[in-house]
Design a protein around this ligand. Structure first.
Ligand code: NAD
Length: 433
């Protein structure tokens, strides 16, 4: 099949590379010419484990190409995926659909025959109807089906998630479009990955409901962690104790500094907006958003508290800045709120992150960026583990303590056992233990 992917960011690039690995001919389009130049030169614009090798192999096999020329890329495609960003609109939290609609207009001008346009971007219910309207008004002469196919991959494990998904969701009312999508996903179908065919609006809502549910699970365990601290219980054991129940499941029950990243914050807000617009409020998600926002700031206060009453001249070392390990994505990372609260209090911040420092520098220019955890901790009054990169799981704690002014550790990801850290001479606090 000939597949065109419009938008070559996290989702477009990973999806395009994986589709080409299935044997399809894929053109990835992006309007960012630096990104396309980098990809053509074999450089990845994002950090994602395994992606560079996957791209290189499929480029070499002649199945994967990159271009800024949407018109040429769209012309003969069997399926055209829209995988552009849908950030939060300033002011009201609604998903900003500017890029999606712009892509639809560009597709309309470029198609030459019947095709299927697939929205992979996360979009509010009814967006498919609007995309269809744009295409139909511009090209009444051509039969173009519009399908919803939300993406559920996780950054850091994106390729494995794409190739072995828990499910594929396809929303369309048209039999022909269903057949095209079945063909697109045939290799996964043969692997017995469940494919859920449903209506387009239902498919659009599934994506938001899934993310809101996961955000709720995280926020739930975070509040239970606070309760654990108040009553002297251990949230790790509570999470295990409830997670072993198959009806609950153990995933997304890790207490921490609050969810962040490129999806949960914006998608929960967009769901709230959709619910308000339809006079059908989702009170649970409203609470989740509020609790999570408060939590990120509370983490900053927790770190400040560990510094004692006099903050004058104090410095904190942050280990990890990205919203989760194995990505360089800094979008809505909890570290942004934490750094802000530390800097507001006049505290200096040093930091190390294995992959996220380049994007972090643009967002937090006053942080002192270091070459490793030990350099970050040098002369610091406390060290806080913000992202659970593997490299932070086996630090030489005595060496770390030795370079600090005061050996104080705030472990926001519970990656250490309290007794081990205390034995190395640290005053140690973690989440919900
Ligand atoms: P991104 O910002 O990394 O990439 C979007 C890309 O689209 C950019 O490179 C941009 O230049 C390009 N673009 C925008 N308009 C274009 C146009 N008209 N023509 C060509 N290129 C254009 O975004 P992302 O993280 O890949 O997210 C894309 C969508 O997928 C969003 O709706 C997001 O919510 C959803 N999603 C993201 C993830 C994730 O983990 N990042 C997971 C699931 C779903």
């Amino acid at each position: 099949m000939r597949i065109t992917m419009i938008g070559s960011g996290y989702v477009g690039l990973v999806s395009g590379a994986c589709f080409s690995d299935f044997g399809h001919d894929v053109v990835c389009v992006d309007k960012d010419s630096d990104k396309i130049d980098a990809l053509r030169a074999g450089r990845m614009p994002i950090y994602e484990p395994g992606l560079a090798q996957l791209v290189a192999a499929n480029v070499a096999a002649g199945r994967l190409t990159f271009t800024t020329n949407l018109t040429a890329a769209v012309a003969d495609a069997d399926a055209i995926f829209i995988a552009v960003g849908t950030p939060s609109r300033r002011g009201d939290g609604h998903a900003d659909l500017t890029y999606v609609f712009a892509a639809a207009h560009e597709i309309a001008l470029a198609v030459t025959g019947p095709t299927v346009v697939v929205t992979k971007s996360t979009v509010p219910v009814g967006t498919g109807d609007e995309v269809e309207l744009i295409l139909r008004q511009a090209r009444p002469d051509i039969d173009i089906a519009v399908v919803s196919n939300p993406e559920f991959l996780r950054e850091g494990a994106a390729i494995a998630d794409f190739k072995r998904p828990d499910r594929i969701v396809i929303g369309t009312e048209q039999a022909h479009a269903r057949e095209v999508m079945r063909e697109v996903y045939r290799p996964l179908y043969l692997n017995e990955s469940p494919i859920l065919f449903t209506g387009r609006r239902t498919s659009e809502l599934i994506k938001y409901a899934a993310n809101a549910f996961l955000a709720t699970k995280i926020t739930f365990i975070n509040e239970i962690a606070d309760l654990c601290e108040a009553v002297g219980a251990d949230v790790q054991d509570v999470a295990r104790g409830i997670g072993l129940d198959n009806r609950i499941g153990g995933k997304f029950l890790h207490a921490g500094p609050g969810y962040g990243g490129s999806c949960f914050p914006k998608d929960t807000l967009a769901l709230l907006k959709t619910a308000q617009d339809h006079d059908s409020p989702v009170h649970i998600v409203e609470a989740v958003v509020r609790v999570n926002d408060n939590r990120k700031r509370a983490m900053g206060r927790r770190i400040l508290h560990s510094l004692g009453d006099d903050l004058h001249g104090k410095t904190v070392a942050l280990l990890g800045l990205t919203f989760k390990p194995n990505t360089d994505d800094m979008r809505d990372a909890p570290s942004l709120a934490i750094v802000q609260s530390l800097e507001d209090a006049g505290v200096g911040v040093r930091a190390y992150d294995p992959e996220g420092m380049a994007p972090a520098k643009a967002l937090m220019p006053d942080v002192v960026y270091c070459r490793d955890a030990y350099e970050a901790a040098a002369g610091a009054d406390a060290v806080a583990i913000v992202t659970e990169w593997d490299i932070f799981r086996a630090l030489d704690l005595r060496r770390l303590a030795a370079v600090m002014i005061a050996p104080v550790m705030i472990d926001l990801r519970n990656i250490y056992r309290p007794e081990d850290v205390k034995r190395a001479g640290f005053a140690y606090s973690s989440i919900g233990r």
